[in-house]
Write a protein of this length. Structure first.
Length: 260
């Protein structure tokens, strides 16, 4: 009996060890080379005025267009002096409205006194479409990538763990960074099968970083990307939980685009 018990324990141990060895790790989807060349962007002349047909998502005064992703109620980030700053304890926020295809303008700033290194340095994310039920989406990375080494498919301007930006046009911490994004949502048939992948074109500080890139699915920290059917979705801004001074955003507007 004792011998059988010991053999059973050994079998369980071997099984658990095999499961642990097979479990994916975040490092498996990190790419470190080639490193995009550094490009110095032109001088920043200040916030760009939105076009006449834009929906204003944040004009510096309130977060009426946003809600807490955690609770679905009032967004808990701090608004003042024309900017909104991440409140880590409040979690991420997402738009009240749902979108499909669009042009988006967003300005963000890593504070001058940012601390940390790698992925723990001003980390956030612009999720161009967010699945509220599953808590997943399609992320364009926000990070201080000014003289800050990390895996290149996780640097600023990367579609996270997928497409490396063409160049690195990051301004130093304390200066405003500008994203202009064209998002084309994926299409699915009535059975939920993918018919057209998502595509993204993005400019950072006026410089092309993603050129009509086809996405492989939702962007994951661990594991391979995959698609899940949806039609319209909100836009999500991430609260990553980095220590030290926090990120700020301003001048966010969107232009829904004609579909198909």
């Amino acid at each position: 009996m004792i011998r059988l018990f010991i053999l059973s324990l050994a079998t369980v141990f071997v099984t658990l060890s095999s499961v642990a060895q097979e479990r994916p790790k975040p490092e498996e989807t990190e790419v470190w080379e080639p490193v995009p060349p550094v490009v110095t962007p032109g001088d920043y002349a200040g916030p760009q005025s939105p076009p006449s047909d834009a929906i204003i998502l944040f004009d510096g005064t309130n977060l009426d267009e946003w809600v807490s992703t955690r609770t679905g109620k009032e967004a808990g980030w701090a608004v003042g002096n024309g900017v909104v700053s991440v409140v880590q304890a409040a979690g991420g926020i997402h738009t009240r409205r749902m979108f499909k295809d669009y042009q988006l303008h967003l300005e963000w700033r890593v504070p001058e006194g940012v601390e940390g290194s790698g992925q723990s340095r001003g980390n956030s994310g612009l999720f161009m479409a967010w699945d509220l039920e599953r808590g997943q989406g399609y992320e364009l990375q926000i990070l201080d990538s000014y003289q800050n080494d990390t895996y290149v498919n996780g640097m600023a301007g990367a579609t996270y763990k997928q497409s490396i930006p063409l160049v690195n046009p990051m301004r130093p911490p304390g200066q405003w960074q500008v994203y202009d994004v064209i998002w084309r949502a994926p299409r699915f048939d009535e059975a939920g099968n993918l018919t057209t992948p998502a595509r993204v074109t993005a400019f950072m500080n006026g410089i092309l970083i993603q050129d009509n890139v086809e996405m492989e699915g939702e962007t994951y920290y661990i594991g391979q990307p995959e698609y899940h059917p949806f039609d319209e979705a909100p836009i999500h801004l991430q609260a990553h939980g980095d220590p030290g001074p926090t990120l700020s955003f301003r001048n966010i507007w969107i232009r829904p685009l004609a579909q198909d």
